[in-house]
Every structure is written in structure tokens, then in C-alpha cells.
Design a protein around this ligand. Structure first.
Ligand code: ZN
Ligand code: ZN
Length: 362
């Protein structure tokens, strides 16, 4: 991992913004900037302070030993806080004569207010301070995402032999999670979605006690995590033979998925990638049944930049890892979504999800 390079990018952004000091505290940004493995979890009390000549990672006693070990030989000093991290950081900034501080836009409002009260100077927010350059993945980051995607592919293969009429959505979700964790996933980047029959019409359905029935379409949306990095995929299967209508919906979503993927290359405006898939659904009469953006970036967070939807303003950048996931949702009837993960590279893209996409009958 190119930690020095990441710090250089942050300092370049600071220069552009005329920011003398930044304090970063979102766990994914901490992990990205430090490159520490095995230290930063979602509940960490930690912050990275960066000025022109300081790169210091603060945390409390609970994380101190692991942080000190991870920092060895790298550019980060570790500061261990005894009472309140932000009080101590603000005191140090005062001692350094720093009178303006920038924080990332994802900082929770309560923390922003507290820092503003403690800091003797102006505190401001910079949009996507670290998230912007997190989009462009290094090879080692792509390798971790690819390893997570392979665990998910393998779990899907296993699930084809597991899903059967009478099994509940909750049981299927548990088996999916168990399989991925047994095969090396570090926890779950998000709770797997298993949405059967009419529940499939809700894009973010929570698995429940409904038993799978013959004739159901089942939407399975899940991912694994390796070395902190997430994967994300969706497949929709049919229990028994699909009806003509189910087949028509599935074929439309698959065609939209392939059209969206075909548009993925560096420099492509995200709005055009979305349109490539969306137009296919509209041509086939399902335009009103696709109710979300076609994709998103994936990395240390399951949803990160870029956002790929009808209101996106960004373009795809070389090294970005993105999903393409069109869906059709017919209220009270069924849903179909097909989601693949890929890395933008070599003037096109390389697929990281490799599970089959033809409509599988269970
Ligand atoms: Zn997903
Ligand atoms: Zn997704």
C-alpha cells in the first residue's frame, strides 16, 4: 500500500484548499490514510492529524498497542489520548500556532460542534476530502476486493444447492453469511439481502420468516470483506420454471446489466453509464420499475464514490471499482436485480464478479 503517496495526495488537496491542518476521523478514511491492518474497526476512537510537517494518528489506550505495532517503520507517529481525544488534539494545534482546521464532510455534527468549541480558530468542512482520491485503487486494493468477490462467487455456487422450497429467507441469509465467513470473509460489509417472491419488489428488503415457495424469484444481494475491502454482488434465481413474464423481466434486467457494463471505461460520465442500462429497461417497457441509480463505487466502504445514477456529475476514473446493478421491481409481484463488480482499467474494465448470469432454476 502506497501510504506516502496517499499522504502526498492529501497534502496537495490541503494546498489547493489553503488548509494548514486537517483532522480526519471516519474509520474508512483512517484505515486508508494509515494503511494499518488489524487496528481500525467501526467503533474506533481515533483521528489522523495532518499538517505540512505532522502526520500523527491519535487513539485511546484500547487501540494503543496495536496502533504502535502497525505504525512501525511507516510515516505515522502514534499519539495516545488519556482523557478526550479532541480536547488534546486542539491543545496541540494551539501549541503549534495553527489557527485554521479542516475536517471531512462526513464528520458527525456533534463531533463537528465539539471540535469547533474546543479549537481556538476557524473550523471548516472540506467535501470528500479523502473519499475523492480513495476512488482510484492501487493494485493491492484491487487484489483484496477481487479476493472478497471470489468468496462471494463461491458462496453463490454453494447456495444453489442449499435454497429449496420451505427454507426461510432468514435461514438462507444465515447460510450465505456462514459460508462467506467460513471461507475467509472478515464479518459482513452489510447484512445479506434475501428477498423472495413479492418481497423482491423492495430493493433493500430485510430477510424475514417468509418461506420460499415454488414459482418465487429470489433476489440475493451480498458481499464479503478481505483486508478491510468489500465486495458487492446480486443474483436473482427462480424456484422452478419461470413464467413468461418472469423470463421477460429477467432478460430485460440482464440486457440492462450488460449494456451498463459495456459503458464502463475511464472518462465515461457516470450519468451516461446509468443511461446505457436505463434506456434498455425503458425500451422493454420497464422504465418506471427501476427506482435507483445503476451503480456505485466499492472499497473500504460498501458504498463510496463514484455514485452512478441519473444525477451523477462525476466521470469514471482509471482504477475505480464500481458495481452495475439495474433492477426491476413490481410491487406485490416480484423483483429482479443483477449486480456485478468491476475495476475500470486498460481503456475498459475487468470483471471481478464471475458467477453465472443466466436465469438459474432451482
Ligand atoms: Zn449489492
Ligand atoms: Zn451495490
Amino acid at each position: 500500500m502506497d501510504i506516502e503517496g496517499r499522504i502526498r495526495k492529501l497534502r496537495r488537496r490541503m494546498e489547493d484548499e489553503r488548509a494548514t491542518a486537517v483532522l480526519v476521523s471516519a474509520p474508512a478514511n483512517l484505515r486508508y490514510l494509515t494503511g494499518f491492518d488489524g487496528v481500525i474497526d467501526d467503533g474506533i476512537n481515533g483521528a489522523c492529524l495532518v499538517t505540512a510537517d505532522v502526520t500523527r494518528f491519535y487513539t485511546d489506550m484500547r487501540y494503543a498497542d496495536a496502533a504502535a505495532a502497525a505504525a512501525e517503520g511507516g510515516p505515522w507517529e502514534v499519539g495516545v489520548q488519556r482523557e478526550n481525544l479532541y480536547v488534546e488534539v486542539c491543545d496541540e494545534l494551539h501549541a503549534m500556532d495553527v489557527d485554521s482546521l479542516a475536517v471531512e464532510s462526513s464528520v458527525p455534527y456533534g463531533r463537528f460542534k465539539f471540535i469547533s468549541e474546543q479549537f481556538r480558530g476557524a473550523v471548516r468542512v472540506l467535501d470528500h476530502l479523502v473519499e475523492d482520491f480513495r476512488q482510484i485503487k492501487e493494485d493491492e486494493e484491487v487484489d483484496r476486493i477481487a479476493a472478497a468477490a471470489a468468496i462471494a462467487d463461491e458462496a453463490f455456487r454453494h447456495m444453489l444447492g442449499y435454497i429449496a422450497p420451505g427454507k426461510t429467507e432468514s435461514e438462507i441469509a444465515l447460510e450465505l453469511e456462514f459460508t462467506m465467513r467460513r471461507n475467509g470473509s472478515e464479518g459482513m460489509p452489510f447484512s445479506p439481502i434475501v428477498a423472495s417472491g413479492p418481497n423482491g419488489a423492495h430493493p433493500h428488503a430485510i430477510p424475514g420468516p417468509r418461506e420460499v415457495q415454488p414459482g418465487d424469484m429470489i433476489v440475493l444481494d451480498f458481499g464479503a470483506r478481505v483486508g478491510g475491502y468489500c465486495s458487492d454482488m446480486t443474483r436473482t434465481v427462480c424456484v422452478g420454471k419461470p413464467t413468461d413474464e418472469q423470463r421477460r423481466i429477467y432478460d430485460a434486467v440482464l440486457a440492462a446489466n450488460e449494456a451498463g457494463i459495456a459503458a464502463v471505461r475511464a472518462g465515461m460520465p457516470c450519468v451516461d453509464v446509468d443511461k446505457a442500462g436505463r434506456d434498455v429497461l425503458a425500451q422493454r417497457g420497464f422504465g418506471d420499475y427501476f427506482t435507483h441509480g445503476i451503480g456505485h463505487g466499492v472499497g473500504l466502504d460498501i458504498h463510496e464514490l463514484p455514485t452512478i445514477g441519473p444525477r451523477s456529475t462525476q466521470s469514471l476514473r482509471d482504477g475505480a471499482v464500481v458495481t452495475i446493478e439495474p433492477g426491476v421491481y413490481v410491487e406485490g409481484v416480484a423483483g429482479v436485480r443483477i449486480e456485478d463488480l468491476m475495476v475500470v482499467d486498460d481503456g475498459g474494465h475487468r470483471r471481478l464478479t464471475n458467477a453465472p448470469k443466466e436465469l438459474i432454476e432451482i
